[in-house]
Design a protein around this ligand. Structure first.
Ligand SMILES: [Zn+2]
Length: 179
């Protein structure tokens, strides 16, 4: 089923800009070392599960199941739990990029292992479902995390939970966490 959507969530259709250019120098040392894989099944607090599928970025042909900052894994799990409690009915997410992909800023949080791009929810590309209930609920859930940094997607574009002006992100949710 996933392959039938091939191309819908390609960055080739996202103006080549992942948008996570914060132009800020990290205030901490290189403490954010990629140390964890995002599990293929995330078990929620109520016992339900969310399947995590991974894509390959067209810019570098690298698979997204790569080591990331373990705090990013925690953030994804916590956001999925909040979304679940708010009736999101998310059974799967498709991660297009972690540290893979070519991003316009050399300081992209992706390279630090603290960012993720989600391009499908429940098997449906975000470019197709737009700001669906699942998208709205998940983006809102991420904004409730204490360490949320960038939260750019079809529903809104927030940085540190405040509106942020940036293009793109109609075909994926870009999430990053503070270091
Ligand atoms: Zn991104």
């Amino acid at each position: 089923m996933d392959s039938s959507f091939s191309g819908y969530d390609s960055y080739d259709t996202d103006n080549g800009d992942d948008g996570d250019n914060d132009n800020e120098t990290a205030t901490t040392t290189n403490s954010a070392m990629p140390t964890s894989h995002i599990p293929s099944t995330i078990i929620l607090a109520n016992g339900n599960t969310v399947q995590v599928l991974f894509g390959t970025t067209s810019t570098d042909h690298l698979y997204a199941d790569r080591l990331v900052d373990s705090r990013l894994v925690t953030a994804i799990t916590n956001a999925l739990n909040i979304a679940e409690s708010n009736g999101a009915y998310i059974v799967s997410i498709y991660i297009e990029a972690t540290t893979n992909g070519t991003h316009t800023n050399a300081n992209s949080n992706h390279y630090r292992g603290t960012a993720v791009d989600i391009s499908r929810i429940n098997g449906i590309p975000l470019i197709v479902q737009h700001a669906s209930k699942a998208v709205k609920t998940l983006q809102t859930a991420f904004d409730q995390l204490p360490n949320i940094r960038e939260n750019f997607g079809p529903y809104f574009k927030h940085k540190q939970t405040l509106p942020w002006t940036i293009g793109g992100h109609e075909n994926h949710i870009h999430i990053s966490i503070n270091q």
